[in-house]
Design a protein. Sequence first.
Length: 293
Amino acid sequence: AVLITGTSIGGIGFEAARVIAKYANLVIITGYDAERLQHSVDAIKKEFPHASIRKLILDVSSLAAVSKAAAEVNAYPEPLHILINNAAATPAKFSVTEDGLERQMATNHIGPFLFTNLILPKIVASRTPSLTPRVIFISSDAHAFTPGLDISTLAQPTPEKYKTVFEPYKDTKSANVLTTVELASRLKGKVNVYTLHPGCELARYSVDARPTEILDADGQPNKDLPYEWKTVPEGAATTVVAAFDPGLHFADKSGAYLRDCQVTKDDVAPHSIDPERASQLWKATEKIVGQSF
């Protein structure tokens, strides 16, 4: 079984789920809105009527909702082989969640951290001599455009820290890479963990990216901007590679960062792969969620 978070129609999570559903025994898709989630199911089933799709209501910005959804997953009779942490909040103005956390950090890092760890025993249990389960965190090259995540501010965020809506987003993507590094270290090959840059398709949805900046006069992506534009299928391709490419099977590949469907070291910022910082972030996040793993 494959579980993908954040699968609204039009996004890379949906596209990955759509492609995988043709082949997988079971694809579990998540969303916080039941109606939108059903639309995703209907769209996949219309193209692949025999696909096995299961809905899971999950709001990764809420620790209570994450715990509830994880309990539901742990009660599934089927083994879980692949978890793709795709759900994310795009850049937006500063706000806090019901847990008092900065919304982007809660959605992109803290919620996925808790969800992954709560269902991790089930994922580990699916390991066989011929199959090593995988956990994937969708990050972004944006992680490299921050001087480094300030771990001390996670529990008590303040708006003064964020000069633009992109600052917290960059930090969350750094947190995804650091979490991958630490989790890979802890699992020692029992589960392989990867993170990746899918592309810049999501940038068009950010609140301070005006359409005239994103698109040219012909309505096409503006190639003068310093972004690598991709279509949704192109963006989802690296996700699918991380989930299934047999070339990544070996334990020494665990913890890798992928870009353009390839493992890369050149595109990863040193501050986001530092083992000591990764361990510090892990411990700080454990304190926030109130659980040790």
